[in-house]
Structures are given as structure tokens and as C-alpha cells.
Ligand binder design. Structure first.
Ligand code: NAI
Ligand code: MG
Length: 483
């Protein structure tokens, strides 16, 4: 039986119990490929967040504090196994809820989520302090301690994967969690709560409260019992969170938007660069914070690359995301589709040349055709603002200095890529580009071991790897008099 027919309404997971929201409100989560409702989900608000934070605090000071690092690692490993054993089902739910293709859900998002739990399972026993030589006759050492209760707010573009990026390191370091998934895609975070329960995580260690940003999300940010907020989403909401967190001086890590330059030099391998340009912008229908939305092409290669890219794009199959042959699903919501289409209008209005797509696909579902604008100037709105959809801006350049200046002329700094066979040019560019990630002759690679995060207005703090783990710890210095 297809999963669609058996998705039960979602409840909140608080203190190890599945509960309705205090106010008993619910909201509908929609399949963006069909515009049909999938199921109802509990709408958590301030009073539900309060219950969840209290449960997380109790767990932090109670049972969780008594679980050894080795046992935390075993629990995380078990969660990885459970995610893998449910791979097909979680992938299908993810595709229904978000519109991402089943190929991506089942080959990338869900396996990488399991991998993330396994990677951080290994870290639990390797969080160590230091002994430090000091002037005084003292034995001085540091302890790496958890922060306490962590609020995690995630977006809708990689729901299960970003939940894993946040939950796994926080648990490895010994924190407890209140997770608030995006209202557009709440279903797989609830699956993750079920897996935590089944793995035997003590009640209250991971709480999941579904609901909307301005109510549930803001209540989590404002709650005095929360020690840190880890957020991924829009820059505007990141700024709002930073302002609000000032009151209680919560720790923050913010992973925000991007307008990443994808730079192709004339000496690049053309076939690889075309694929990289296409993947860079059309992967997950462009709903990717690191999308290579500004394609800079060296003047002499411009026409050849644009021809190939247009031909390649025309062949991308768009349609039912549950079909394994589909490469492009629908935008996550009607609102997001309209937002993307409004940028297409701005591109036309500001004089960019539309060479592919530019409209909604006919029929049901929030599909936007893969869109390419040529002759884009870096000052145009479509080159400055994050569109978060399948809309590519193509710009030309003449040399390294010019392209680095233009590439860095953006408030964002999340990722960048360079395509060239010249090793010196590649590494020089990598140093000059102001972004948290630089890919050379590839695009969009991630690994649980490799830190990820932004420069400039793309946010701060790192996720994944040792850097990501340490963001969920604080250092205590201990002095012992030996005189
Ligand atoms: P958003 O930033 O509003 O939503 C992300 C998460 O934040 C969701 O869980 C939402 O419920 C929560 N949230 C919203 N307002 C909040 C508040 N005041 N306090 C606490 N939590 C809050 O993003 P939205 O509106 O869904 O998308 C708009 C644009 O944001 C996109 O078009 C894209 O440009 C950007 N975006 C960037 C993402 C990234 O990965 N960097 C992910 C999602 C969106
Ligand atoms: Mg919003």
C-alpha cells in the first residue's frame, strides 16, 4: 500500500509522549505535486513550546546527565540503523511533503541523515578537555560541557537531513533538544521522533513541536529556559532571531541564505562544467541555500556553454517526484512558487534575456519550469536576492580579478565554485572568494565530516565535522591549587 494512504495525523512529541497541542489546533500539510492535503498536524504554540522546554530541562538535569558518553554514542548509532531500516518509507514521506524527487530523497537525503547520526555517534566518546600549563602552582584543566537545552529551527528544503545535522551533534555533546520543523514539511521530523523513541532515548531528550514560525518558532527563541538556538532559514528571520535572542543572550548559530557564484573559466572541462552548472541550480528545484544561482562564464566560452546548458536543461524531466526518472519536482508551496515567479518578472523587467523556462508548468502542482536568464548584470535584483527556485542568472567576465570582485560583491557568502584545469588559478580563487565553502571542478558536495556554514550575511557558526560538534559545547576552566 502506498504510504500516502496511511499517513496518520501528526501529534507533538514532548517528554516521550505523543500529545495534541494544548489549544488542540491543527494545520494541513500539502503535497505540492498534487496540491492535495496529506494529513493534519498538531499546531504547537507558546504553551506547547513551554512544556517541551521544561521536559528537555528535566531530561538534561535528570536521566540524560547519567547516560555515559559511550551510551550516547550507542543510542545515536541505533538511530542511524533505524533510519536506514526505514529508508524507503522516510524517503517517500519526504518526497510527498516537500516535492523533492524520490531519487534525491532515497539516494541522498535519507542515507546522509543516517550517516550523520553514525558520524556523530563516534564523536560522543571523543569530546575531551585539555591540561594547560599556567604560571601559578596549579593543576589547570578544561572540561567540554554541553550547553543544556537547545532549540533547533529548520526549514523545508532538506527536512530530514537538516534535522539530522542539528540533532545528531547536539545529542553527541550531551544536550537535550526542542526541534521545530518547518510548517511546510513537518512529517519526517515526526518520523525522527518515533525513531528516537524506538532507539530508547530517555523521555524529554528530543522533543518535536510542529507549528508556525511566528508562534512556535518565536516562542522557542524567546523562552528563557533555552540555552541556544540553532537556525537554518531566511536571512530576515535569522536577523529577527538574533535581535530577540539578545534578551537572554542565547548562543546562536545561523545558517542563512546565499547567492553563490559558480565560476567557469575558458579552460574548464566543458561537459563537466555544464553538468555542474545545471546541478548547481536545478538540484532540489533550486531550493538549496548553496544553489549556484549566479553562473559567471568567461567571455570566450560563453556562447558554447550557454548552448550546451540550454540543451541539457531542455532534457531535464519535470513532473511527478515519486517517479524515479523525474529530475525536477514542484516548488515546496504555492507561496514559494509565486515568489519564484515574481523574480522571473523582475528579471524580465530589469532587462535580462530569458533563454529558457520562465513560467509555471500547466496542470496541477507548483511546478516552475527550469529558467535561465542570460545577459544578467550583477546589480540586477535576480543577481542580488536569493530566489530559492530553478532560476539561473548567467553573467560574463574576462579575468580572475574581475570575476572575484563581482563574485564577492554580494551580501552573502555561503558557497562558491570554480571550474578550471589551471591548478594555480583554482587555488588562488579559493582563497580570494569570501564564502564558507569553495568547490573546485565539482558542485554541491557535502560530508558529515566537513564543516559547513557561512561568511558575511549567510550566517555564522559551522555545522558538521568537529567544528559543528564544538558549537554544542562550552568550555569550563578548572584550577586546582598545588602549592
Ligand atoms: P523562514 O526563514 O521563514 O523559515 C525557516 C524556519 O524558520 C521555519 O521552520 C519557520 O517556521 C521558522 N520561522 C519563521 N519565522 C520565524 C520567527 N519569527 N521566529 C522563529 N522561527 C521562525 O523561510 P521561508 O519564509 O519559509 O522561506 C522564505 C525564503 O527564505 C526562501 O525563499 C529562501 O530564500 C529563504 N530560505 C533559506 C533557507 C536556507 O536553507 N538558507 C531555507 C528556507 C528558506
Ligand atoms: Mg516565513
Amino acid at each position: 500500500m502506498p504510504v500516502t494512504q496511511k499517513i496518520a495525523p501528526g501529534r507533538l512529541f514532548i517528554g516521550g509522549q505523543w500529545v495534541d497541542a494544548v489549544a488542540a489546533n491543527t494545520f494541513t500539510t500539502v503535497n505540492p505535486a498534487t496540491e492535495e492535503p496529506i494529513t493534519q498536524v498538531a499546531e504547537g504554540r507558546a504553551e506547547d513550546i513551554d512544556r517541551a522546554v521544561k521536559a528537555a530541562r528535566q531530561a538534561f538535569e535528570g536521566p540524560w546527565a547519567g547516560v555515559s558518553a559511550a551510551d550516547r554514542g550507542r543510542l545515536l548509532w541505533k538511530m542511524a540503523d533505524l533510519i536506514e531500516s526505514r529508508l524507503a518509507e522516510i524517503a517517500e514521506v519526504e518526497t510527498l511533503d516537500s516535492g523533492k524527487t524520490i531519487t534525491e530523497s532515497s539516494r541522498v537525503d535519507v542515507p546522509m541523515a543516517a550517516d550523520c547520526f553514525r558520524y556523530f555517534a563516534g564523536w560522543a566518546t571523543k569530546i575531551e578537555g585539555e591540561t594547560i600549563p599556567v604560571r601559578a602552582p596549579c593543576f589547570s584543566y578544561t572540561l567540554r560541557e554541553p550547553l543544556g537545552v537547545v532549540g533547533q529551527i529548520i526549514p523545508w528544503n532538506f527536512p530530514i537531513l537538516l534535522a539530522a545535522w542539528k540533532v545528531a551533534p547536539a545529542l553527541a555533546a550531551g544536550n537535550t533538544i526542542v526541534l521545530k520543523p518547518a510548517e511546510q514539511t513537518p512529517l519526517t521530523a515526526l518520523r525522527l521522533a518515533g525513531i528516537a523513541e524506538e532507539a530508547g532515548l530517555p523521555p524529554g531528550v528530543l522533543n518535536v513541536v510542529t507549528g508556525f514560525g511566528p508562534t512556535a518558532g518565536a516562542a522557542l527563541v524567546d523562552h528563557p529556559g533555552v540555552d541556544k538556538i540553532a537556525f537554518t532559514g531566511s536571512t530576515a528571520v535569522g536577523q529577527e532571531i538574533m535581535r530577540r535572542a539578545a534578551g537572554s543572550l542565547k548562543r546562536l548559530t545561523l545558517e542563512l541564505g546565499g547567492k553563490s557564484p559558480n565560476i567557469v573559466f575558458a579552460d574548464a572541462d566543458l561537459d563537466l562544467a555544464v553538468r555542474g552548472a545545471s546541478n548547481g541550480i536545478f538540484y532540489n528545484k533550486g531550493e538549496v541555500c548553496t544553489a549556484g544561482s549566479r553562473l559567471f562564464v568567461e567571455e570566450s566560452l560563453h556562447d558554447a556553454l550557454l548552448d550546451r546548458l540550454s540543451a541539457f536543461t531542455a532534457k531535464l524531466q519535470q513532473g511527478d517526484p515519486l517517479d524515479p526518472k523525474t529530475r525536477l519536482g514542484p516548488q515546496v508551496s504555492e507561496g514559494q512558487m509565486n515568489r519564484v515567479l515574481s523574480y522571473v518578472d523582475k528579471g524580465k523587467g530589469e532587462g535580462a534575456r530569458l533563454v529558457a523556462g520562465g513560467s509555471r508548468a500547466p496542470g496541477k502542482g507548483y511546478f516552475v519550469r527550469p529558467t535561465i536568464f542570460d545577459d544578467v548584470q550583477n546589480g540586477m535584483t535576480i543577481a542580488r536576492e536569493e530566489i530559492f527556485g530553478p532560476v539561473l542568472s548567467v553573467l560574463r567576465f574576462r579575468d580572475l580579478d574581475e570575476v572575484v570582485r563581482a563574485a564577492n560583491d554580494t551580501p552573502y557568502g555561503l558557497a562558491a565554485a570554480v571550474w578550471t584545469k589551471d591548478i594555480k588559478k583554482a587555488h588562488r580563487a579559493a582563497r580570494l572568494l569570501k564564502s564558507g565553502t569553495v568547490w573546485i571542478n565539482t558542485y554541491g558536495l557535502y560530508d558529515s565530516a566537513m564543516p559547513f556554514g557561512g561568511y558575511k550575511m549567510s550566517g555564522f557558526g559551522r555545522e558538521l565535522g568537529r567544528h559543528g560538534l564544538l558549537e554544542y559545547t562550552q568550555t569550563k576552566s578548572v584550577w586546582v591549587d598545588l602549592s
